[in-house]
Design a protein around this ligand. Structure first.
Ligand code: HEM
Length: 534
């Protein structure tokens, strides 16, 4: 049964019992009012048959933007409010850790940024974040275009050549295509390794998918069955998982060894000024290994790479998948996007500079992330007693929460909140174009671009935490600009060449979710060459 983890069910030892009792007492003494928080009593049946975040949305409309979700003895606080989300993610970010998420991911990512303890996280974040500097991102546009071109060539080959083939249509699972594309990009961008998965299969690729599958399964199944003694030797799936992990680790270890052997040490500022466009290896690994004065062991580097491989792969593939899903249902918006592409790119390839002209495509990417945020829930656990601020439509006085409280910040609810978005369920990339206080909804002060000058995409700052596709605060995604540029380029290059339709009805595309929202059986589409390409 989901949500009934022995790990998160609360006190297991006398010490924990005492801690919890004392927290409760402190909470009461401090006037804590978790007791007055609305409660959604989850029936276990609510959790089956559809993704959890759908049920959380219905309860949000019923109980308000901060409520307690109780499954038997286990409770989660579900937050769907920008002020409360901003408080947890930014204002008191260090008062929370990743809780159950860290338990799930630690066996795979070790001390990588996502599950890392706070001390390790602080050290590594300081080193990794500068790696995503402007010249690196500019160099990455070439990786994005090269890899997208490889995908497009494959599709063109499937469509065949010559006049007779002009009206030919092919059917294929675009989710699988985007998954391969995103894997190739992340491999090259993060550790200069070409998986070549768009065109071939290999043991390393299979191992990556096996590991992703396991990570996915663990994040939908909150009982840490993988911690059962001997499970890794007895349970066949666990054995396979460990052998997959070994294949990837061996590959990463080889790449790290190689990078160390060719190390050219330099200060951060110097590294950020290298001639990235002409470097043979512009990868993040190169940057991390070459950085002067950072003492890091191979194990930590491997955890960092593994974390970025997993964090940056499925998420971006999902954005592309859902962008196509939404556009295919809105042919006029697809035409509008194609008109922009023809105007800005003609028959050419996107460049860093040309990205600025692809305004509508960028808004399509943002709107896709609004409707299908990846992941749909952010998970936190309070490290000590805390008091949440009052929200827009929850209790205006806020709630005190004891240490150990597990929190789901529902980005899905925030992004589809009827309190902050007009027609929240509709796909309207145009909505981001004009949002002024004068036109806003009561209680909502609108998007303010001056809060984030020069930002090419709407973000949590301009929206004051109503739109947080990459989280916010100190643990915000480090790869946000990488991912946004990658998605914009890949989508633009696809639409430059092809018209896309869904093979079946939109309703037949079933959603499933673990770390990301994806389809149950693939996004089957009909693809044909565009009839009028500039
Ligand atoms: C963290 C979303 C792509 C690396 C996060 C978080 C979100 C997110 C929401 C915050 C999680 C939290 O607060 O619990 C996305 C989406 C992506 C994407 C939607 C694609 C569209 C990438 C890429 C990379 C990456 C391409 C690396 C190249 C990371 C890392 C963290 C993170 C390392 C942890 C940051 C920290 O804790 O300091 N991502 N991400 N992500 N993301 Fe991304």
């Amino acid at each position: 049964v989901r949500c009934q983890s022995t790990e998160v069910d609360g006190p297991k030892t006398k010490r924990n019992l005492l801690d919890n009792a004392s927290n409760l007492l402190t909470n009461l003494l401090n006037g804590g009012n978790l007791g007055s928080m609305p409660i959604a009593d989850g029936a276990v049946s609510d959790l089956f048959g559809r993704p959890l975040f759908f049920a959380l949305y219905d309860w949000f409309l019923e109980h308000g933007s901060v409520y307690k979700l109780a499954f038997g003895p286990k409770a989660f606080v579900v937050v769907s409010d920008p002020i409360v989300a901003r408080y947890i993610l930014r204002e008191n970010a260090l008062g929370y850790d990743k809780g159950v998420l860290a338990d799930i991911l630690e066996p795979i990512m070790g001390k990588g940024l996502i599950p890392a303890d706070l001390d390790t996280w602080k050290q590594r974040r300081r080193v990794i974040a500068p790696g995503f500097h402007a010249l690196y991102l500019e160099a990455m546009t070439k990786v994005f275009t090269d890899c997208s071109e490889r995908s497009i060539l494959k599709l063109e080959k499937l469509l065949g050549e010559g006049e007779l083939q002009e009206d030919k249509t092919i059917e294929l699972d675009m989710e699988a295509e985007f998954s391969s594309l995103a894997l190739d990009i992340i491999g090259l961008g993060v550790f200069n390794y070409d998986f070549g998965s768009v065109t071939k299969e290999s043991p390393v690729i299979k191992a990556v998918y096996g590991t992703l599958f396991e990570a996915e399964h663990r994040s939908t199944f909150y009982i840490p069955y993988w911690k059962v003694p001997l499970a890794r030797w007895i349970v066949p799936r666990q054995r396979k998982f460990h052998s997959d992990l070994k294949v990837i680790n061996d590959c990463l270890d080889g790449l790290i060894r190689n990078a160390r052997e060719t190390r050219e040490e330099a200060d951060v500022e110097k590294l950020q000024q290298r001639d990235y466009l002409n470097l043979k290896d512009a990868s993040l690994l190169r940057f991390l290994v070459d950085m002067r004065g950072v003492d890091v062991d191979d194990r930590q580097l491997r955890d960092d790479l593994m974390t970025m491989l997993i964090a940056g792969h499925e998420t971006t593939a999902a954005v592309l998948t859902w962008a196509v899903f939404l556009l295919a249902q809105n042919p006029s918006k697809m035409k509008k996007a194609q008109a922009e592409i023809d105007l800005v790119l003609g028959k050419g390839r996107p460049t860093f500079e040309l990205l600025k002209g692809l305004k509508y495509i960028r808004l399509i990417v943002a709107e896709t992330l609004r409707l299908f945020p990846q992941p749909p829930l952010l998970i936190r656990r309070a490290l000590k007693l805390d008091t949440l601020p009052g929200g827009y439509n929850g209790d205006k006085n806020g709630y005190a929460i004891p240490a150990g409280t597990d929190i789901f910040i529902s980005v899905y609810n925030l992004h589809r909140s009827p309190y902050f978005w007009e027609n929240p369920q509709e796909f309207e990339p145009e909505r981001f174009q004009v949002k002024k206080a004068s036109e806003g909804i009561e209680g909502w002060d609108g998007f303010d671009p001056s809060r984030s000058p020069g930002a090419l995409y709407p973000n949590e700052i301009v929206s004051d935490f109503s739109f947080l596709p990459f989280g916010g605060g100190p643990r915000k995604c480090v790869g946000d600009q990488f991912a946004l540029m990658e998605s914009t380029i890949a989508l633009a290059m696809l639409l430059q060449k092809f018209d896309v339709e869904l093979r079946g009805s939109p309703e037949s595309v079933e959603l499933v979710t673990g770390a990301t929202i994806h389809t149950k059986g693939g996004l089957w589409c009909k693809l044909k060459r565009r009839s009028q390409v500039n």
